[in-house]
Design a protein around this ligand. Structure first.
Ligand code: ITT
Length: 191
């Protein structure tokens, strides 16, 4: 029988993507284990939030579990919005408002370097492990492209002349922060 492992997400696409890379495990999402409540993400670091989500599942449902959290870290803004990326312009989690606020705050800065960082916390056999994925790049002066989500239209990854929102999902997934963190997790689990 395959070992069961929970991925603390309700995003089925994320689940399918990661499941395909982990044939020896049966991955379950939050809905699969009957976890319908919103898990609080109140920590002030990506590591802290990922651990909060994984611990919540382990404590209440008893499953080994992993969870992720992602932030956009802008060098000249002291790595903001970082862990507050989703709510940068307010509780509405409005991507356009978040991008507008970032562009305004960067308008007088010459250093536009930034990075997306994903942290995964895994609780397995009573131990916690962290995995990280980073993609470096810069913040464009205006929004470009219609694909992707979040800050994709204003983020241009290093070595490319297009924003994340101008790439196909397959192109983005080859180099993205999330893909890199997931690959690190998979290497560990497949060891
Ligand atoms: P879940 O916790 O339910 O998965 P979330 O919106 O909090 O959803 P993340 O922790 O993955 O999602 O990311 C936090 C925010 O960072 C997200 O709302 C986006 O604004 C931004 N973000 C994350 N990954 C991104 C990506 O690949 N491209 C652009 N923006 C991204």
């Amino acid at each position: 029988m395959k070992k069961k492992l929970v991925f603390a997400t309700n995003n089925r696409n994320k689940l399918i993507e990661v499941q395909a890379m982990l044939p020896d495990y049966e991955l379950l999402c939050l809905e699969d284990i009957g976890c319908t409540e919103e898990i609080p993400e109140t920590a002030d670091t990506l590591e802290g939030n990922a651990l909060l989500k994984a611990t919540y599942v382990k404590d209440r449902f008893g499953f080994d579990c992993f969870a992720d959290d992602t932030g956009l870290e802008v060098t000249s803004l002291n790595n903001e919005p970082g862990v507050y990326s989703a709510r940068y312009a307010g509780e509405g989690k409005d991507s356009n408002a978040n991008m507008d606020k970032l562009l305004t705050n960067l308008s007088s800065e010459s250093d536009r370097s930034a990075r997306f960082r994903t942290v995964i916390a895994l609780i397995s056999n009573g131990k916690t492990h962290y995995f990280e994925g980073i993609v470096n790049g810069e913040i464009l002066h205006s929004k470009q492209g219609n694909d992707g989500f979040g800050y994709d239209p204003i983020f241009q990854p290093e070595g490319f002349n297009v924003s994340f929102a101008e790439m196909t999902l397959q192109e983005k997934n080859k180099i993205s922060h999330r893909a890199r963190a997931v690959n690190a997790l998979i290497n560990y689990l497949n060891k």
